[in-house]
Design a protein around this ligand. Structure first.
Ligand SMILES: C[S@@+](CC[C@H](N)C(=O)[O-])C[C@H]1O[C@@H](n2cnc3c(N)ncnc32)[C@H](O)[C@@H]1O
Length: 337
């Protein structure tokens, strides 16, 4: 897939930088080449996560209601590119890019303009308050922010129309995202992944070991192209697994999704967290909904169809549990939505 000769040393340096979360990241893009190599590899994989997150958000009733995009911590611009591909370029009038690396902003601007020559793409002069007609995108940036910077970001985006965040699927990224969710939920309706807008049940002491994460489906090329096999081997990344966390919210001043958009209302649905664990004759799974976080057990004989769907890896992580036997938390039946 790549149109450039990948410099694997550059990728390794960047990868080490991303993994070293103990130190403040600082500005690490050293050149346009850094961004080009990143864009064709790590960013492409982040793009796969965006495709999955956008599909989940859509299913939960998230529809574009803004005409401008602000891509915060834009890097090479992959989040904007995936969002434009998802909603169509005609849905957006203008893209504003912000990154503390000017090289990143310039690279993203060029990449987006090359793909969408008629779209207005500007670089923000400084981190500024998002306007009320703006969809804010944050992609794999939270993990690089100090608490103070994350707090400042939350303030800057608090008047935005909508916000989409996609981050890695590990514990610390998910916990940072949950903290952002808690800050935003006074002013924003949470469309996904939550099926309710109250306090996140992950924050109770007994749920402290869990984190809100999902596994996306990588595209076929991740399995068929020799380039991706080489990338996986050299970067020691298992491309079959695409863990991510995400958040899709919209300002409470906007009209909520119409009930006709749903097969069942989200508040009656449950979100499957992580991966179901398979055992002989039964499956255990972590479910999140208005009842909180529950570790449910499904016997194969109770609902073979649901058991199969969970084993196969469902297309979406939204489910309706139709019967749960309490207090054993034994799931008797349900269906993917
Ligand atoms: C891992 S990269 C992700 C880039 C891009 N959003 C993506 O998903 O590919 C993190 C980006 O956040 C930017 N960044 C980190 N801290 C920042 C800050 N305090 N202000 C603005 N940008 C920041 C970095 O320069 C980098 O481009």
């Amino acid at each position: 897939m790549q149109e450039i000769d990948i410099n694997w040393d550059t990728l390794e340096r960047l990868r080490n930088r991303f993994l070293d979360t103990a130190k403040p990241a600082g500005v690490y893009w050293q050149s346009e080449e850094d961004l080009a190599h990143y864009h064709h590899t790590f960013a492409a994989r982040i793009g796969w996560k965006w495709d999955n997150a956008l599909a989940e958000a859509n299913q939960a009733g998230f529809q574009l209601q803004a005409r401008r995009i602000l891509d915060w911590g834009c890097g090479s611009g992959i989040a904007t590119l995936r969002v434009l591909a998802h909603f169509g370029p005609d849905a957006i009038d203008e893209v504003l890019l912000w990154d503390h690396s000017l090289a990143a902003c310039r690279f993203a601007k060029k990449t987006i303009r090359d793909a969408y020559p008629n779209l207005k793409v500007e670089i923000a002069a400084a981190p500024s308050t998002a306007d009320t007609d703006t969809l804010v995108l944050v992609s794999h940036a939270l993990t690089e922010l100090s608490q103070d910077t994350q707090d400042a970001l939350a303030k800057q985006i608090s008047s935005a129309a909508q916000i989409l965040v996609v981050e890695p699927g590990d514990y610390s990224a998910s916990r940072k995202l949950i903290a952002l969710r808690e800050t935003l939920r006074t002013d924003f309706h949470i469309a996904a992944p939550c099926t309710q807008c109250e306090a996140c049940p992950m924050l109770t002491v007994e749920n402290g070991r869990h984190w809100c994460h999902f596994f996306g489906k990588p595209p076929v090329e991740a399995f068929t192209e020799s380039f991706w096999a080489r990338f996986a081997q050299l970067m020691e990344i298992d491309l079959r697994s695409l863990p991510y966390s995400f958040l899709a919210v919209q300002n409470k001043t906007l009209s909520p999704p119409h009930p006709s958009q749903f097969t069942i209302h989200p508040s009656a649905a449950s979100r499957l967290i992580g991966r179901p664990r398979q055992f002989k004759g039964y499956t255990r799974l972590l479910s999140c909904d208005s009842a909180g976080i529950r570790d449910l057990e499904l016997q194969k004989r109770d609902d073979k169809q649901l058991w199969k769907a969970l084993k196969k890896g469902p297309a979406s992580t939204l489910f309706q549990w139709t019967e749960i036997e309490d207090p054993t938390a034994r799931l008797k039946s349900g269906r993917p939505l």
